[in-house]
Structure formats: structure tokens, C-alpha cells
Design a protein around this ligand. Sequence first.
Ligand code: FES
Length: 577
Amino acid sequence: MTKKKKPELRSRQWYGGSDKSAFMHRSWMKNQGMPEDMFDGRPIIGICNTWSEMTPCNAHLRDLAERVKMGVYEAGGFPIEFPAMSASESQTRPTAMLHRNLAAMEVEESIRAYPIDGIVLMVGCDKTTPSLIMGAASCDIPTIVVSGGPMLNGRFQGKTVGSGTSVFQWTEEMRAGKMSKQEFLEAEAGHSRSPGSCMTMGTASTMASMAEILGLALQQNAVIPAVDSRRRVLAQQSGRQIVDLVHKGITISQICTHDAFKNAIIVNAAIGGSTNAALHLIAIARRLGIGLSLNDWDKFGREIPTLLDLMPSGRFLMEEFYYAGGLPAIIRTLGEHGKLAKDALTVTTKSIWENNKDAKNWDKEVIREWDNPLTTSGGIAVLRGNLAPRGAVLKPSAASSHLFKHRGKAVVFNNIEEYKQRIADPELDVDKNSILVLRNCGPKGYPGMAEVGNMGLPPKLLAKGIRDMIRISDARMSGTAYGTVILHVAPEAADGGPLALVVEGDMIDVDIEARVLHLDVSDEELARRRAELTIQLPPVQSGYQQLYRDHVQQADLGCDFDFSIHSSELTKQRVSH
Ligand code: FES
């Protein structure tokens, strides 16, 4: 049998040979104390790190990267760590999503510019995961994701607290004098008491799970708590594994196939994942030349039950998820019921099914059994109609069933500032059947598409005990939020979408089962309103924001830049290996 030839390494173009160029590349690296044999033809592994003290969820990633390096050395590679822009969900203004594409560009250009044979992506907070995967996908080199892991459960006054779940309540209690300043400060400390990302099934946990089911991360990457010693083991093993992937020439496009994305949509439904995942996975897929569409979310996810009883849809937190068996237990259950493409390849060089078929479920309250789900229909519903010709999304598991079929009068807010000014007005013409419409908060209208779609209800209705109403917008919402909230309406109002044509008092029909979002206004009247429509975008604050507005695509296409999406021709010209 002939032995398979190892792929030629990119890094040899920098470090191989005896010419002036090779001398310079090696010599300057040697100023860091690199011994000669580091340049002997071993794989150069880039460790792309979103460590930042401005991104508290990722602040421990420098330490974790040392474990990755250890693994790379053990496997005979040469690790080189470098930074990438770290979009912090909790600290960035106006919104971390504005910088997802910027970070993706930075990662892509870094990989193209440097002698990197394989890459380890160190991620955690919401946008850091998709941005780095998008950048790596454009380059199509061997890639492994190492997530920072979730924080320990929040604890305050004897109770377990999920990230973000009690902030509103505590703020109100403080304002009402029911909570002292000292208690308020103690609540802050108990809420976020260890390194790691939000420990609910917000966007960070969702995207870490997506990386694992896509096959880009080792088992349990999504769930091992940040401070658990086993996370360090996973980092070290990932360092070993990336060297193996380079030797075998297995690149990200061989792992992230259409089947892998289909599996990801199904798992997202089973874990009650964030609506933001729809944007991010579509963006990643399109960079790989895979035509994942919004319809695929409905097609593959609709009949999948939510098995995980985790906040915000359920009761538990990521720590309990890990102790119950983690994502492998969910994957095994879905596979046993014939829902997954079992042959999808992973970074272990084995299939997703080989990796997970023996996983155990140790706590059937946290990870429900197939015939006892949290909700029978998980996933993300994609609504269409004359109000959302290119689609809008809603998470049925987070919505109120009594609003699934509803007709209501529109109360329209032209932007988030107007919403804030008017929502508490006692004279606001609104009742429990009204539908709150917020526009100009989409990718162009509010560059970055802020997480403001789950507008708070009018205080006068809250006082009457109303807890949910239909809300429609071109914005996003946090993965930790819930309610009957229709998001990502495409095209957005600022791009001339029909949301711009709604007038206060118009009747809107929502039918979630039938997937319909209809503005009950005649075509003639809509045409008349369109003829009179003028779109005035608020000024941007920077050159990057202008570039973003000029080139961002609509939500149904994942909000990536039009120039970052590779045509099939460009895809063939990826980084030379
Ligand atoms: Fe970083 Fe939630 S704020 S994961």
C-alpha cells in the first residue's frame, strides 16, 4: 500500500529555503528565542485569540491558549498566538454585531498574510465565535474552535441566577427602594462570579454548541464550565488535534458541509438556541459557498422537539447541562431518532455519530427524553407575507401560544428613541391586542442591527397583568430574551422594506402555524404610500459604520458584507496550501 503524501505546508513559503526572504522571516522570529528546529518543516499553528479585558467573557483565554500551545508542541507543531478584535457583548456600543464582520475581515486577512498552516480559534462571547469562524471559512484551512466555556451558575441570596434573567427585577427593586445599594452591588458580584460566558442558552452558548455540532470542536466544547479543569484538558487536546488535521489536509470546508449545517439547525431546535444563530450560520455557510437559506431553518427544525430544559426557555443552566451529559447526549438522542446526518465529518477525523453514539444522559430533568420534551416544536419559525417578503423569524418555544394566531392594530415606533419616549405615555393608544411595530433598527437603519426587538410592554398594560404581546421589528433580540417577538424582518425599513409603509392603526395578521405575516392594507394603498416614502437614515459616526451601511446584506442573507461573500470562482482561489 502506498503511503498518502502529506500536503505541502503553506508556511514553507515563508520559512523554507536559504534565500534572503527565508533568512528575514526566520531571523525576526528568532528574536523571540525560537530554536532552529521550529523552522524545520513542522506545521505552524496560528492561535487566533479574542482575549481581552474589555471582553470579560473571554478574559481567561490567554491562560487557555497556553494549554493549546502545549498540545501543539506535543504533537510536533509550532504554535504562534496572535490577537483578533474581540467584540464584547456586554461592553461594546452601539452593538457587538456591528463589529462581527470587521473581526471576520481581520481574521481572514491575518490568515492570508501570515505563515499559518492550521488555526485554533479562541472564542467565547456571542459575536467572537461567528466572526472568527467566518474569517477562517473564507480561507479554508484546517480549523478548530476552542470556546472559553460558560460561567458558573450565578448565586445570590440562596438562589440560582441565570445571566441577565434577574437584572430587570433587581433594577426595579432598587428603584422602588425594596433593595439596598449594598444588596444591588452584591447581586452584581453573585450574578457573574467566575470567568466565562453567559451560562444561559444565550447566543454565546448557542454558538459554542453550533461549533460543536458543525464538527469544528471537540466533544463537550460547548458546555464544560470555564473554570472546570477539564476545559484545560480540552484546550490541550485541541492543540494536539489541529496538528493532526494539518497533516491529513482536512480543511474547514470538508467539515462544514451542507449536512453539517443541517445537523446544526436540528440541534439548535433541540437546545432552544438563539435566533441569532440563523444570521451567523447563514453567514458562515455563504462564505463556504453553501447556499443555506432562511427556509432551511423551518424545513429542518420545525418538527424537532426542544429537549433541553435550560433558561431562557426552561429552568436550568449550563453547569447542569454539562453534569447531565452535555451536547453529546442531545446529539445521541437526535441520532437515535433518525434526525441527524450521522456521517458528517468532525475535527476528530471521525463522524459526528462515532463521536457521540455512546453518550449518556445522567439527568432526564435537564435533558428531556424524546417522548417528554420541553416543547414539541422547537426551532425557528420563518414567517413571510407582504410585511416580510424575504422573511422574518420567531422562536415558538419562547412565544405565547394564545398569540399564535392573532389580528391586531399596529402601534408604530419609527426608531428606538421614539419607542423610549412614547412607551410609558399613559395616553398611548394601545391595548393587549395591539401589535407593537419597531422599525429602522435593521442592519442599515441602526448599523449593526441592535438587540432591541423584544421591546418592553407599555407600563399601563404591565400594571393590568399583561405579560406578552406581539412585537414586530427589523431588529434582533438577545438570546436570553423571550416573548412573542417577530424579528429580522427583511427587507428592513431603512432598505425600503414594507415595514416602512405601516401606519399607526393598520391591522396586521399573524399566523405562526401557517407562517404568515400580513399587513391588511390593499396593494393600491401600499403603492401610494411607497410613492410618498422618503428614507432618511440617521448619520453614521465613523468611516467603518459608513462602509457597513453601504455593504451589509439583509438578515435573510446573514448580514455579511456583499464583498466578503465569495462567488464560486473566488472560492476556488482561497489561500494556497
Ligand atoms: Fe459575553 Fe453574554 S455577555 S456571553
